[in-house]
Every structure is written in structure tokens, then in C-alpha cells.
Design a protein around this ligand. Sequence first.
Ligand SMILES: [Zn+2]
Length: 257
Amino acid sequence: MRIDSHAHGSVVNLNESPGEYITRCRRDGIDGIVLIADPEPLFSARDRLGSFVISVPIIDMDQAGPDEVRRLFDRGAEGIKFFLPKHAYGDERYFPLYEAIKERDGVAVFHTGYVMHDADYSSRYRVKLDDMRAGHIDTIERNVPHLKVLMGHFGNPYWEECWKIMWAHPTVYADVSGGTAIHRSMLMWREMFAPNGNLMANTLGKLCFGTDMTYFGAQHGVQPYIDFHERLFEETGTPPELRDQVNAGNVLRLFGR
Ligand SMILES: [Zn+2]
């Protein structure tokens, strides 16, 4: 079983029945997705595709208060996605949002590291890379202990920082979805998770398979991510039970499925 812990897409692009679509995804090796989207499209996807979708709405973290987080959980959110902050993720003004997620036993999903910009550098992407570093998750855990966190993109390019944070905090997990992570050398990743050939099960075992791909269209482009993870498992000598954890077990446990 494999669940994509970092998926996007709008269900309006779905040109086949939900049943047909889920069957096609399963054939391609994807048994479920953590869908990260704005609340309305997200919940309509959940309504059409049922338990195939784990619901993680995106909020504007500089506008929303904890009441909005609670309302989203009332509607079936299982986590909240944080992205494009005006201040550092570890800034105390955001703590009430994190507390509200913890109250509902949900997962705080963070974009960590570099954010793409568009061709004309529009103001929407006028953010500070530094505000989204994985190191801020350390501050958050010290103030909202045991908050369940999933760090997207492994802190790209601050890989080592991300590794340390997931090693240090028992409820913090990460994915290597999107961008350039899977295009860096396998030697680098092998050393990250199996330094000098010794597998560190307590960090590799906290990865969550993820792609950052757009679903519901004709193509989803997940195969290079599946290949990357399989090769990482091979090169680090990861045993089957740990592979299952990365492919699906961690996400199922985090989101209480
Ligand atoms: Zn994403």
C-alpha cells in the first residue's frame, strides 16, 4: 500500500467516475492521497472520492484565527497546510493556530524551504525563505509539545537541518516531495539516512512517501517518486516493515486512519 502524503489538484478536472479514477491510481501504485487545497475544492474532492482523500485545507495563516481552524475540523479537515507566512513559522503569533490543531489531534503540514516564484515575480511570492526553514519547527515543538507535524520538501535546500528536526522530535515527520529533492544525488540521501552504511531507522522510518503532484487529470507523474523511494530503500538496506511505514503506515497513523 502507498499513500501520497503531498498531493494537489482540483476535482473539476476529473473526466472519469470516482471509482474509475481510484482504480487507475491504485494500478499506478497510489492507494490514497493527502490532498492539500483551498477548503471549498478540497471538501468537494473529499465528497466525491471519499476515504481515498485525506483532507488538508490551506489557510491564510496571517488572516485566519483558531476559530477558522476549528470550523475546518468541524467540516472534516484532518490537518491544516501552512504556506507563504509573513513571519517565521516559529513566531508566537501563530501558536494559537497550532494549539487549535493539536486540540483536534490533527496534523500541521508545513511547506518547508524554498518556494517557487512566478515569471513576473508577483507580490504573492514575496516571502522570506528563512521564515519557512525547518528549524522553526523546533521552536514550535518546544511551545506546542507533541504537535503532529509533516514537513513538506525536506526543508529544501536545508536538508541537514530538516534531518535533525525530525530526528529530535518524536511527532515530526517529513517528505521529499516536489522541487529538486529527488534529483539530488542518491549518495547524499544514502548518507543522510544510512551514514557510513548504517541505516538510521529512527529517521528514515519517519519519511512519508510524497510527490507534490497534481491529481485528477490524465497524468499525475508519480512514477519518478516511486522509483526514487524504492532506490533509497534498496541503497540503505531498509527492511520491509520500515518501507511499509514510509509508503503508508506513517500517514495512516498521523491522520488517525
Ligand atoms: Zn505542494
